[in-house]
Unconditional design. Structure first.
Length: 210
């Protein structure tokens, strides 16, 4: 079970607002990368039984992610979401686009955190906020786990919208990841406007469908 200890230690050490950050969509061949920042204060009610169900989004069913998505909106201090589309990803590369999405997520908050916890091995470069990168943070820190759910659900919903526009690719099933089905559709139809043209094997399919 993920606990509140990492955030509590920071909040007991002269910091007032901690933000947990995670992203969804670094690996897919299509669609945006989405980052979320979820903030938390010392008064956070960790004893809420629903809060204790929060964990890494990849470990949850779609139904549970959707349920916890609403609970996180109700129980956490504030939520910011940042999105970088495929064109930006192709222009500046996926790592830099991920950092940019994280900055956008923080920028969407009315109150900026004074300490941020980031899932993974890297902090946001050239950024003035106090930061800490936590490997597998979405399985260790409640704020990062909550951010992972917000980012995942948000991105999945965007890919369902993409499916409505480009149904031939079945984005509703694979969400842009390089599954066997997706590769088959790519070979048949070529890339569409939300495919990442710098990603293999998309890069070898040069005709972009309108």
């Amino acid at each position: 079970m993920i606990n509140f200890e990492i955030e509590k230690k920071i909040l007991n050490n002269a910091f007032c607002l901690v933000g947990g950050i995670d992203e969804a969509g670094r690996g897919p061949l299509a669609g945006p990368v989405v980052a979320a920042c979820v903030t938390i204060t010392k008064n956070f009610n960790y004893e809420n039984p629903y809060i204790k169900q929060i964990t890494d989004s990849k470990k949850l069913t779609k139904k549970n992610r959707e349920k916890l998505f609403e609970i996180i909106h109700d129980e956490f201090q504030e939520i910011g979401i940042g999105i970088c589309d495929c064109k930006t990803i192709d222009q500046i590369n996926i790592l830099q686009a991920t950092f940019l999405a994280m900055k956008k997520a923080i920028g969407m908050l009315k109150q900026k955190p004074d300490y941020v916890l980031i899932d993974g091995n890297f902090i946001i470069p050239n950024y003035s906020l106090k930061q800490e990168a936590i490997t597998k943070g979405d399985s260790k820190a409640i704020s990062i786990a909550a951010a992972s759910i917000i980012a995942k659900v948000t991105r999945d919903r965007l890919m369902l919208e993409a499916h409505e526009k480009y149904p031939q690719y079945n984005f509703d099933k694979h969400k842009g990841y390089g599954t066997k089905l997706h590769i088959e559709k790519l070979k048949k139809y070529g890339p569409c406007p939300i495919h990442r043209l710098t990603f293999r094997p998309v890069t070898s399919l040069s005709i972009v469908k309108k």
